[in-house]
Design a protein around this ligand. Structure first.
Ligand code: NAD
Ligand code: WQD
Length: 345
């Protein structure tokens, strides 16, 4: 039987790259996105890139009636939804501190409404966009999935809460599967340079800040602290290519369709740590550009270093990050240089 896949937040940075990989692997995705942090232009680009049409609906995951219509439409078309990949969410840590209720409503309530609609439609598999931020301050590194969860901000709390809700949901009835993918730091863009990350306003994250300096939109990068207990004093993270992360979702859905597994969490990272200065130097070497920077005080809430134990995803899903830091820089620059203003270019 042909089946469909519901992708919430499919027009976003990670969702759009996943969409390309799902289409390439022959899946039938249906996107729902309210475009609060993206635009329909993303989906037009995905269609051009993949040479396939994508069914999409503009709307909110908190709109139960819309979800019900989407599930019913897929069933009537002969390709019922049998799995959901849930990217839709807000992700700016600072904004979540200022507006916690907005984050809890969107991320937690949005997930509950989605699960209620899934129950009604008889859909029992979900792959959820969790984050390494659920671990908080590392007690041991690399983080394994059994590291205690202690998020340090409202955004991280929403991710840990949805993971807990999914655990309760799986325990309540046999046959349900929830795969919580804990992403480390996705960067870069599709190798075509046609889709990529398009932050609104000042980027919160390091890599889009670097590419905006490179393209001349910003004068210089500020490096948040060079006095951490790390080899060069700057923060260390586990950066992974967004297309590798995207492939992880295809593997997760294919795995989930093969059985009934209940709840599980899997880290998606490379297992390697890279400092801020390492990333700047690699970007400079790959592009031949120079990235001026100034060291300023530490950013409140940042951990010194973190990276993944990526062994479980490899064992369970047969997934490993394949692309190098150089490829992340090359492809991220390919996107930014070809689209200086992102999707409004
Ligand atoms: P993004 O903002 O680019 O994508 C999220 C998409 O969801 C956007 O297209 C947005 O318009 C949509 N959306 C938000 N709220 C919605 C709602 N209520 N209804 C319908 N659509 C809604 O972010 P991203 O970087 O692609 O992240 C995707 C997911 O992965 C998020 O849940 C995020 O928290 C999680 N995540 C991201 C990172 C990262 O570094 N980018 C790391 C860990 C986890
Ligand atoms: C990386 C390193 C900074 C910006 C955040 C969220 C996390 C997850 C991914 C969703 C750190 C340094 C940064 C800058 C800098 N998102 N930095 N100058 O903090 O690991 O994670 O995004 O789940 O929840 O917290 O990523 O890219 O912001 O920072 O020096 O202008 O770069 O201090 O060491 P982070 P990041």
């Amino acid at each position: 039987m042909t089946t469909s896949l519901l992708i919430t937040g499919g027009a976003g940075y990670i969702g759009s790259h996943a969409l390309v990989e799902f289409l390439a692997a022959g899946h039938r995705p249906i996107v729902v996105d309210n475009f609060v942090n993206s635009s329909p232009e993303v989906l037009r680009r995905v269609e051009m890139l993949s040479g396939k049409r994508v069914e999409w609906h503009q709307g909110d995951v908190r709109d139960a009636a819309l979800l019900e219509r989407i599930f019913a439409g897929a069933r009537e078309s002969g390709a019922p939804v049998d799995a959901v990949v849930h990217f839709a969410g807000l992700k700016a840590v600072g904004e979540s501190v200022a507006q916690p209720l907005v984050y809890h409503d969107n991320n937690v309530n949005g997930s509950i409404v989605l699960l209620q609609a899934m129950e009604k439609a008889g859909v029992s598999r979900i792959v959820f966009s969790s984050s390494a931020t659920v671990y908080g301050e590392p007690l041991t590194l690399p983080y394994t999935e059994s590291h205690p969860l202690a998020p340090t901000n409202p955004y991280g709390n929403t991710k840990a809460m949805v993971e807990a809700i999914l655990a309760d949901w799986c325990r309540a009835k046999a046959g349900r599967t929830a795969i919580n993918l804990r992403y480390f730091n996705p960067i870069g863009a599709h190798e075509s340079g046609r889709i990529g990350e398009s932050p609104r306003g000042t980027p919160n994250n390091l890599f889009p800040f670097i590419t905006q300096v490179a393209v001349g939109k910003r004068d210089k990068l500020t490096v948040f602290g060079d006095d951490y207990p790390t080899p060069d004093g700057t923060g260390v993270r586990d950066y992974l290519h967004v297309s590798d992360l995207a492939v992880g979702h295809v593997k997760a859905v294919e795995y989930a369709r093969g059985g009934e597994y209940g709840w599980m969490a899997l880290n998606l990272g490379t297992g390697k740590g890279t400092s801020v200065l390492d990333l700047i130097r690699t970007f400079e070497a790959v592009t031949g550009l120079s990235i001026p920077y100034e060291v300023v005080a530490r950013r409140p809430g940042d951990v010194a270093q973190m990276w993944a134990d990526a062994g479980a995803a490899s064992q369970v899903l047969g997934w490993r990050a394949a692309r190098s830091l150089e490829e992340m820089c090359r492809d991220g620059w390919g996107w930014q240089s070809g689209n200086p203003d992102g999707y409004t270019s």
